[in-house]
Structures are given as structure tokens and as C-alpha cells.
Design a protein around this ligand. Structure first.
Ligand code: HEM
Length: 250
């Protein structure tokens, strides 16, 4: 999550910088879906399902004992629920969950998912996030994830015996809080950077980067077609009548 948020925040530097990072990730090619499922989706599903069982057994006592630790116990569970729902929605919104054509045609496309196009990375992510409701969901969802991670590291340290004395626990609270605040700043920078992308500039840079890679033979025309954003309808008609594909405007 830390790497993901820092990568996303690189859009603040420029859409080209973000695009360059996405090219590195997508250079994994056919291995990417396997890596996504083994190292990202299955662990998140596992963590989420175990978490739901823990929440079902929770016994909050904030009303009777208004301690800081009790507040964090309850917040950890509330943010866990929000984070689980957010991550499920977010992966659908950007990635679509599955890449199969029938899935895209019947489920993720019609339901407004799979908006991220890796070869038009910043512009497609930005277009997907511009709606006011999407921005609100992103801000709440991302901050819930950040809190859940920072406070979760603290409780993991208690469980695993990293901090055992009251003094070391207090110091760990401060360390985890500083980490959480820094990550919250990075994450809000990422949201801000995405929604304020200049779409025309970003599309132009992304398309130049893609054309260069096609020319170098690093990306095939077929792969480019699969992973670039579709042409806007008004440009589709014009592109069909133009002989030179490189002259297409987006
Ligand atoms: C600033 C907010 C965020 C932005 C702009 C953002 C952007 C994106 C984008 C563009 C993708 C699609 C990547 C692809 O399909 O290749 C993605 C996927 C994903 N995001 Fe985020 N994300 C954000 C926050 C988060 C947070 C807080 C989490 C929590 C863990 C998260 C977890 C994931 C996961 C698990 C995937 C699927 C991984 C994959 O497709 O390989 N994201 N995100």
C-alpha cells in the first residue's frame, strides 16, 4: 500500500512520471495477473474474511471505559470494514477484477468498472476519479486504509512482542502515528494529483510515450490497443477516415 500510494503520488510530479512507473509494473507482462492474485488479491481477501470474523466477535466498551486504547480498538474495526468495502470497490472501479472479454462486456463495462487503461495511466485514472462522489469515496476510503495500516502495525507489534513495556508501547504509538500522518499526506497528495491532472496534456504525453515504445518494438500494436484508453466517439469517426494512426488526437 505504501509503494502503491507513493507511485500514485508521483503524478504530482507529472503524468509522464506516473506513466513511467506503470510501464515498469506492466513490463511483467503475462505474469502480472498471477502476481496480482498471489501477492495482492488472495492475501487481501484472506485478511478481509478473517477480519470480518474478528469484527463479528468484537466487544466494544468505549461507553463504559473511555480510554484511548479502547477508542483505537473500535476504530481499527470500523476502518477495517470501510477499507474492505473501499478496496473491493476500488479494484472494480480501476481494474475491473477480471480482464476476460466476456466479463468486461457483461459486468465491469456496464457497471462502470475497469476504468484504468495502463497505457493512458494518469488520464484514465483521473477521468475515473473526477466525479465529486468518487472523490469523497476516495478520501474516506484511503484515509480509512491509512489509519487501519498505521494502527494495525502498532497492534501487530504488541501481538508479536515487539513492544512489551508500557513505555515502549507509548513510544510505538508515537512512531505509528507519525508514519500514519506522513502516509495520509502522501495519499491525499495522490488523490489531489489525480483529480487535477490536465487531461489533454496527459493524453498527449502518454500517447507520445506509447508511440515511442511501439516504434522500438517494446510494445506490439495489439497490446497497445488492449491497454490504451478507447478513442472518444467524436474522434473515432475522424480516426477511421485518417490514413496515419499516429496523427490521431484524443
Ligand atoms: C490515492 C488513492 C489511490 C489511487 C489514485 C489508486 C490508483 C489505482 C489504480 C490506477 C489502480 C489500477 C492498477 C492496474 O490495474 O494496473 C489501482 C489498483 C489497486 N489499488 Fe489503488 N489507488 C489508490 C489507493 C489505494 C489504497 C488506499 C489501497 C489499499 C490497499 C489500494 C489498493 C489497490 C489494489 C489492491 C489494486 C489492484 C492491484 C492491481 O491491479 O494490480 N489503492 N489503484
Amino acid at each position: 500500500m505504501v509503494v502503491h500510494l507513493i507511485t500514485n503520488a508521483s503524478v504530482l510530479d507529472s503524468p509522464g512520471k506516473f506513466q513511467a512507473s506503470v510501464y515498469i509494473i506492466h513490463s511483467l507482462g503475462a505474469a502480472l495477473p498471477l502476481i496480482e492474485w498471489v501477492f495482492i488479491f488472495i492475501p487481501i481477501i484472506f485478511h478481509g474474511v478473517v477480519g470480518l470474523f474478528l469484527i463479528a466477535e468484537m466487544a466494544p466498551n468505549n461507553a463504559a471505559y473511555n480510554y484511548n486504547g479502547n477508542f483505537r480498538y473500535t476504530m481499527q474495526r470500523i476502518t477495517g470494514l470501510i477499507a474492505f468495502a473501499f478496496i473491493a470497490w476500488h479494484i472494480f472501479h480501476m481494474h475491473g477484477w477480471f480482464h476476460a472479454e466476456w466479463w468486461a462486456a457483461t459486468v465491469s463495462g456496464p457497471l462502470g468498472g475497469a476504468n484504468f487503461h495502463p497505457y493512458n495511466a494518469a488520464s484514465s485514472a483521473s477521468e475515473a476519479m473526477r466525479h465529486p462522489l468518487a472523490i469523497v469515496i476516495y478520501v474516506i476510503g484511503v484515509l480509512a486504509c491509512v489509519y487501519h495500516l498505521a494502527n494495525g502495525i502498532w497492534s501487530m507489534g504488541v501481538t508479536w512482542g515487539w513492544w512489551t513495556t508500557p513505555r515502549s508501547m507509548r513510544r510505538a504509538v508515537v512512531g505509528c502515528a507519525v508514519f500514519g500522518v506522513l502516509l495520509a499526506v502522501v495519499s491525499m497528495g495522490a488523490v489531489w494529483g489525480m483529480v487535477t491532472v490536465d487531461l489533454d496534456d496527459a493524453r498527449a504525453v502518454e500517447n507520445r510515450m506509447l508511440e515511442a515504445r511501439i516504434e522500438d518494438g517494446m510494445i506490439t500494436e495489439h497490446e497497445a490497443e488492449e491497454k490504451r484508453a478507447p478513442l472518444a466517439p467524436q474522434n473515432r469517426d475522424r480516426a477511421a477516415t485518417e490514413a496515419e494512426p499516429a496523427a490521431q488526437e484524443f
